[in-house]
Design a protein around this ligand. Structure first.
Ligand SMILES: *Cc1c(COP(=O)(O)O)cnc(C)c1O
Length: 376
């Protein structure tokens, strides 16, 4: 049996029961379960606002759009970001005619505050921090830099559902936090995401923009007793970015198990760590920052023979991944090639080993032995 990098788990009967409620009620769209999921997410994270979206990509785009509108940024203003991420992070900056400025990563594969500080200019408006694999890295130092230089902070928490820092869910310090519930993330639905603004006025604006700029959603209108429910206003050229009740139904079930599931992911990571303990000369696990309880979306190691090892693992029926290729290697971002040497070097060495809830200790041992066999 092949061992895949990600195999999402769904409690099928429970998901179907939640979905059944939507179908029986005849309410699959915006409202109903989306509101319930938003409320549960606020309760779970302790964040003041949460708006359910059809993806994290649109969330990152809206985060920048709304901050740009609110704080009157100009086209070409700079956002400091990481080259070691899924392209959504950086595309979102481009969508809003802002300029991605790449800063290097540290040993946690997250933004290195020392390099970030060097890359701040008079045009810098924000920092985009990615908690890679669920790791918080030096996030709190980035928060301090944002305070010191009066920059906005966007947390791309696509890998961070359930991550805690010093015992609490991080994000209250950021201006916006964006989560992904895409099909193979650690809280999988099929496609959806959540955007959490610090400021309630920005959350309100966001809710208008995710539904074509209309100033009242269907749910609110259906609950409105007045005869003028159809007489909404359109205040902006908004988008069709909001989430729906079927996705929220799955999300509600996933959220119930999130802490339990992440604990098992940490157990898998611990088994890998044990297995590689004697082999750090050639197999270097990326460790989790101090005081971080990671969601463990990823388990990443660095090896010198990455490409050969990937092929050898495939031949043994193991299908790992790479998170990520240095984004400045892509033609879209190669204007910044050479600006982040550490990211570049590490991106040639990293492998994400299989990490999902259907793996057993035996699977981890088999994968580890195979990695060791082909590295030594
Ligand atoms: C997956 C991912 C996204 C995009 O999430 P979608 O929900 O698929 O749009 C953004 N940033 C990072 C770091 C990701 O891994």
């Amino acid at each position: 049996m092949a061992i895949q990098l990600f195999t999402p788990t769904f409690r099928v009967d429970e998901c179907l029961e939640e979905i059944r409620e939507c179908l029986e009620k005849g309410w699959t769209g915006l409202g109903f379960k989306t509101v319930e999921f938003e409320n549960k997410w606020k309760e779970y994270t302790g964040l003041p606002n949460a708006h359910f979206l059809n993806s994290a990509t649109v969330g990152l785009s809206l985060a920048l759009k709304i901050l740009k509108m609110e704080y009157k940024w100009e086209d070409g203003d700079e956002v400091i970001t990481t080259p070691l991420t899924f392209v959504s992070t950086n595309h979102a900056i481009m969508y809003e005619n802002l300029q991605p400025v790449f800063a290097d990563v540290d040993e946690y594969l997250c933004l290195d505050p020392r390099d970030v500080e060097k890359k701040i200019t008079s045009k810098t408006r924000a920092i985009m921090f990615v908690g890679l694999g669920g790791n918080t890295g030096r996030y709190m130092e980035i928060v301090e830099l944002c305070e010191k230089y009066n920059l906005k902070l966007i947390l791309d928490a696509a890998h961070m559902a359930g991550t805690r820092l010093n015992g609490i869910i991080p994000g209250k310090e950021a201006d916006v936090v964006v989560y992904s519930f895409q099909a193979v993330k650690n809280l999988p639905t099929a496609d959806s995401g959540m955007i959490c603004f610090k400021e309630s006025e920005l959350d309100e604006l966001c809710r208008k923009l995710t539904w074509l700029g209309i100033n009242k959603d269907t749910y609110a209108r259906a609950n409105d007793k007045g005869a003028y429910k159809w007489k909404y206003d359109v205040e902006y050229v908004g988008y069709k970015y909001h989430g729906n009740s079927i996705m929220a139904a799955i999300g509600l079930v996933q959220l119930k198990y999130l802490d339990q599931d992440n604990a098992y992911r940490r157990q898998l990571a611990e088994w890998y760590n044990q297995n590689f303990k004697e082999y750090h000369s050639k197999i270097k696990p990326v460790f989790v920052a101090e005081n971080c309880e990671s969601s463990r979306h990823l388990y990443v190691i660095a090896v010198d023979n990455r490409d050969e090892l990937l092929l050898a693992l495939n031949e043994s029926g193991i299908y790992p991944g790479v998170h990520y290729r240095d984004n400045t290697d892509y033609s879209m971002y190669n204007y910044a090639h050479g600006t982040c040497p550490n990211s570049h070097n590490i991106s040639e060495k990293i492998i994400s080993l299989p990490m999902h809830l259907q793996l057993t200790k035996q699977d981890i041992d088999f994968i580890s032995e195979t990695v060791i066999k082909y590295t030594y």
